[in-house]
Design a protein around this ligand. Structure first.
Ligand SMILES: *[C@@H]1O[C@H](CO)[C@@H](O)[C@H](O)[C@H]1NC(C)=O
Ligand SMILES: *[C@@H]1O[C@H](CO)[C@@H](O)[C@H](O)[C@H]1NC(C)=O
Ligand SMILES: *[C@@H]1O[C@H](CO)[C@@H](O)[C@H](O)[C@H]1NC(C)=O
Length: 116
């Protein structure tokens, strides 16, 4: 019974960490905003958006080390897209962030990349 309870608690924690806004890393006041882009998609009936945001954008280069990535869900209700960091991120000079929307919901998320 106690084991079951732990499992439920763990699942609840996982669900809570599936927040629609996310931050990786930590920035300090002297860090630069390297990139800010907002991805907006209209809802797809019975389907979802799965998009990758690459930093730096293809064809550009980046000389700074990323300290923090901040994904803001502009919906601010429970229908936003789930962000995941697929590669790179804090400590690297590149990052790939995936945004997966919910079925039949659009998305409006802003990805901020900070570095120094
Ligand atoms: C921010 O980071 C830079 C580079 O590591 C460091 O020189 C500076 O003191 C830090 N500033 C604060 C407020 O922590
Ligand atoms: C997306 O969110 C931003 C920030 O809240 C807002 O200014 C913008 O109008 C939104 N875009 C759409 C298409 O809803
Ligand atoms: C959340 O906000 C978006 C944009 O304002 C809207 O399109 C969507 O229907 C809202 N979802 C819910 C569950 O309120």
């Amino acid at each position: 019974m106690k084991f079951l309870y732990s499992c439920v608690l763990l699942l609840a924690l996982c669900a809570a960490s599936q927040a629609y806004s996310a931050t990786w890393g930590k920035r300090n006041s002297t860090d630069y905003l390297l990139s800010r882009q907002t991805e907006v998609r209209a809802p797809l009936k019975n389907s979802y958006w799965n998009i990758n945001v690459d930093f730096p954008r293809s064809g550009t280069s980046n000389l700074y080390t990323i300290t923090a990535i901040n994904v803001i869900d502009n919906f601010r209700n429970s229908s936003g897209a789930t962000p995941s960091l697929w590669s790179g991120g804090p400590g690297y000079r590149f990052a790939q962030i995936n945004l997966r929307s919910q079925v039949s919901k659009g998305l409006n998320s802003t990805v901020e990349i900070w570095g120094r």
